[in-house]
Design a protein around this ligand. Sequence first.
Ligand SMILES: [Zn+2]
Ligand SMILES: [Zn+2]
Length: 348
Amino acid sequence: MKVQKMRFGVLTEKGHAEVRERPLPDMGPEEVLVKQDACNICTTDYQQWLGQREGRGYPMASGHESSGTVVEVGEKVQDLKPGDRVSLAYVTCGICDSCKRGTGCDNNAIGPKKMSPDGYRGMFAFADYAVRPARALIKMRQDLDPSEAAFMEPLAAVVKGLSKLKVQPLETVVVVGAGTMGLLNAQALRALGCHVIVSELMDNKIEVARAMGFQVINGNKVNPVEEIKKLTGGKGADAAVLAVASTYVNNQALELVKALDGRILYFGAAYPAPQIQIDSNVIHYRRLELIGTYGADLKDFCVAADMLNQRVVNVSKLIEKKRYTLDNIQEAFAEAATPGKFRVSVLL
Ligand SMILES: [Zn+2]
Ligand SMILES: [Zn+2]
């Protein structure tokens, strides 16, 4: 292999990220050496930096929203060649029962729960180089900005959620929260032919949502429930996507969707855990569907890559202007953890 070492970002304890070096693992016949170009800081990453997800453990070589360029391929890899732009999906074993059924993997080969032989957790996505199984890499169009290509993973999670929500073209869907995940949901819904209404409280996010062409309800100025009723002829939305997790929003959502057959997708998590106050008779008589989602399967990554490659989802406004280098990873985490930020991108 042309490269022998990798430099990578690692969380060593609450509030501290640093750069370390290790030898690159050997590349197997079905693996690929990737020069990683960008990795964006996900909520999961900065929540651990903030000390809200201590259960994930340390040292955490975190990151999972990354894109890169193929440098070298193992002898059995056929569909990737040096120079290809790729984004990272989840590493699955491909042979367990869940993999065969296309829903998750029973033995996630790499992930926050697994430890590398040299004692690190995580996927080493904040790294200059990495050796990845070819099956976890998806080809992206060559002229896509690396930080934009790195949106394949969060967009795959959106695709997964919307497939569970079973949205149909022409349905009215309200997205609560216009942060990165809210606006990714809104764009994917629009690409799927839905009528999208976004509800948000923060001015800078309202502005970005409007710049993307969405109809936006400012929850500080009007009552979102009344406004949705007004915009839907008194009926309520067909479905709601909650891209903010809070007890207040959970309860509000029950009133945002139509009286009968409304569906609600719980997209985010928060700590401490939000509650939902509802009795099962209401779920029964309103035929409500309360749907959870998390992560994505390989087929969702393929759809997400199509959406980015075909430019039906444009994430350029969801990246903070200042981009960081690996050496400034601590600063990058501090910006990502500041309320109201879109994705902070680290160029590798
Ligand atoms: Zn993520
Ligand atoms: Zn598997």
